[in-house]
Design a protein around this ligand. Structure first.
Ligand SMILES: [Zn+2]
Length: 388
């Protein structure tokens, strides 16, 4: 079932000649956060799409809100508002990545076929801010408002347009994940003068700031470009869900991953790996939501994983993504899903797979989810699909 693209001709890609013109650095480990900030500031294209540098907080639940109006007018948005499901197929010659119309590259690694690389998001949700800018903005802020600053990257899984997590060899995907881990480590460990220390959250390794790794695929869930990619935001703002993991640990005395691994019914396990477990959480809010949990819950970041743990995580990502695509296709839905990384204090390390199986209505927005399936039915079907 998974091999449907294997025999397809891989003809469309970002050529090496175009790739070479974009290289600024080919190894993120050789840079520090202040040097990365300089590279962002030198990228002229991004300056016109800067966000507002402000984070507001909903006082009821500490949800953070960032502002950037320019994201609404992205010219390459993968959306067709005249189509019933808002999905537009990108024609090969129109892909901005395959044609090299993108920002300069800060990390580049060869794969068995093509390359994987990391560059800068042209429409960032955060952007660097210096002290003068910060104090000027502070003056117009009300209490409870904060400056928001940082950097926003994109990781392109492959230079080939058709390749992504569902159809790449696991060995290549381990390389892709290792590059994410290298970026995460560089950001967290070289930014102590620019980002808030994580010591207040119990981090004894001297790390600073918050790294948020996500994958959006499909325009109904925010995927604006079809060419497969991950997004990485590094900022001074702690996302609410990451704070919830920390609070969970404070209140219950265990990581959230420990809790799920212990309390979730065995029947909801979809697949077990040497160092990770893919399962449907018993509180499934939308049909076929899944969690991938690293079993060693003392690990809280990608860069802390051993090679074996990384292999389990990569196998789980591939299965999770293939399952989402297959289930959505079986249900006749647009192929759209999110993958979220829960790292940092309190989480352990886990990932959420959230296929767009159901629209949110008013009750869901009131915090009362009405799920159009139940976790036992969902995990049964997922197990049938994964076993082929
Ligand atoms: Zn492309």
């Amino acid at each position: 079932m998974w091999g449907y693209l294997r025999n397809k001709m891989l003809h469309q890609q970002l050529s090496f000649d175009n790739l070479r013109k974009l290289i600024q650095s080919n190894e993120i480990e050789k840079l520090t956060y202040p040097e990365i900030v300089t590279l962002f500031r030198q990228e002229e294209g991004i300056q016109s799409f800067q966000p507002d540098h402000i984070a507001l907080q909903d006082p009821r639940n500490n949800e953070r809100v960032l502002f950037n109006g320019s994201r609404a007018i992205r010219p390459h948005d993968n959306t067709d508002r005249n189509s019933s499901n808002f999905v537009k197929k990108t024609e090969p010659q129109d892909c901005i990545i395959c044609t090299g119309q993108t920002t300069r590259i800060i990390d580049l690694t060869q794969l068995s076929n093509g390359y994987t690389f990391i560059n800068k998001n042209l429409y960032p949700i955060v952007y660097p801010m210096d002290y003068v800018e910060a104090s000027r903005t502070t003056n117009r802020l009300n209490s409870g408002e904060k400056n928001a600053f940082g950097v926003h990257f994109l990781q392109w899984t492959s230079t080939f347009h058709e390749l992504d997590w569902h159809n790449m060899p696991l060995g290549d995907l381990v390389v892709v994940m290792k590059r994410l881990a290298a970026l995460e480590k560089t950001l967290l460990t070289t930014s102590s003068n620019e980002m808030p220390s994580l010591e207040q959250f119990g981090d004894s390794q001297g790390r600073s700031g918050f790294v948020s790794v996500i994958k959006n695929s499909g325009s109904p869930v925010g995927g604006s470009i079809e060419h497969g990619h991950q997004q990485i935001v590094f900022s001074n703002i702690m996302p609410r869900r990451i704070e919830e993991n920390f609070r969970f640990r404070q209140e219950r005395g265990m990581h959230f991953s420990d809790y799920v691994l212990r309390e979730n019914p065995d029947q909801l396990l979809v697949r077990e790996y040497d160092h990770a477990a893919l399962l449907v959480p018993y509180y499934m809010r939308r049909p076929f939501d899944m969690l991938l949990l690293v079993k060693d819950t003392e690990k809280s970041y990608l860069h802390e994983l051993s090679y074996g743990q990384l292999e389990s995580v990569v196998a789980g990502w591939q299965d999770g993504i293939k399952l989402q695509k297959t289930i959505l296709s079986l249900k006749g839905r647009p192929i759209a899903y999110n993958v979220l990384t829960h790292n940092g204090p309190g989480a352990g390390l886990y990932f959420e797979f959230l296929p767009f199986t159901q629209e949110d209505g008013g009750y869901e927005k009131l915090g009362l989810s009405v799920c159009q399936s139940n976790p036992f039915e969902a995990s049964e079907l997922l197990k049938q699909v994964i076993e082929g």
